[in-house]
Design a protein around this ligand. Sequence first.
Ligand code: GLU
Length: 445
Amino acid sequence: MKVNDIMLDLERKHPGENEYLQAVREVLESIEEVYNQHPEFEKAKIVERIVEPDRIITFRVTWVDDNGEIQTNLGYRIQFNSAIGPYKGGIRFHKAVNPSMLKFLGFEQTFKNALTTLPMGGAKGGSDFDPVGKSDAEIMRFCQAFMLELWQNIGPDTDVPAGDVGVGGREIGYMYGMYKKLAREYNTGVLTGKGLTWGGSLIRPEATGFGALYFVEHMLHRAGKELKGATIAISGFGNVAWGAAKKATELGAKVIAISGPDGVVLNPNGMNDEKIDYMLELRASNRNIVAPFAEKFTDATFVPGKKAWSVKCDIALPCAFQNELTGADAEELLANGTWCVAEVSNMGCTPEAIAAFQNAKILFAPGKAVNAGGVATSGLEMTQNAMHLSWSAAEVDEKLHYIMQSIHEACVKAGQEGDRINYVKGANIAGFLKVAQAMLEQGIV
Ligand code: GLU
């Protein structure tokens, strides 16, 4: 395999799809050496096949807003790879959603899901619907209209969507209600991230953030460092940031910053229960601003227009959006003495930022390993649904712990570089080998 030749071909087929091309390049560069030691992969053209989604479903979503105006959005489901299990991955509602974004996310999901140890293929879906400022009734009508098109393409053994940016428990509820009406079956396993009274799993809302902190704990432990007493800057204030802030605080770290599109909140005294709960309220307000946090808590200060990466911290946790931490942000963090960065958002760092962290030899781990606890707990939700029972919070949390530990071990095993661990390489190689082996054994399909 020659990465540049494959990338040239892909750029020709998918011009301008920058996020997708970025995600593919990162994986191919990491796996090149290992791939070339497997002539059977080369012969079966595994790379050429694995970089393309199995299928892309595109549809129009038309709905009526509160003013009686007719609105039309685009809807997508990208079923990326089903070598190791049914398609699985979230749905994103964001005004910038387009095929490139969802293809990058579906591609990443394929390897992430392989790392979880559970049998799940990779998928992603979403819409360019912008939830900011929408009423609850508008959100419901949109979710119903979206499901009206999607429902025939999904199922507990076919494709199992969940939440992502802009899609949480409320949206999953509205989508499930419509699915159930259309399918005339109580198929709880068709969606994950459900409410607790109708098939949801305990710990699923917390899982992405909790899992990320369990991963960081292992990474720090291996490097002889401690989470206790460390200062942490988090970007975002949504579900993922909330879970990360909660677990980081529980484990004795101090979350000294959270941020939004409007700026950063400096929180020098760290979080407490009231502050952590308020993060959920902020998100539910649908206004997409973090400033009110500093109005409510007098020991916090809001700095408009600044990112979380301008804050001096030991550990940086991007928890918002792809490419939210750039090369310039990385330089600022490094100059301020940051010694660990773990992506909790998918592809949260640009390639320049990752290179800067790796050159500086600080601890760095990629999203597909760090944030896999979310989809892993979705996998545990599917298991509970299939068994028609529900596990206690302690049971789910213990399984999540075990999964994050396994992912860390897989990264260490495949990412050894001298006495250092290259977690990007480790995660990509471990995830790739599992999917590639399954594809090989299943023949040319
Ligand atoms: N959207 C989450 C992710 O990026 C969760 C997906 C899921 O639970 O299926 O992994």
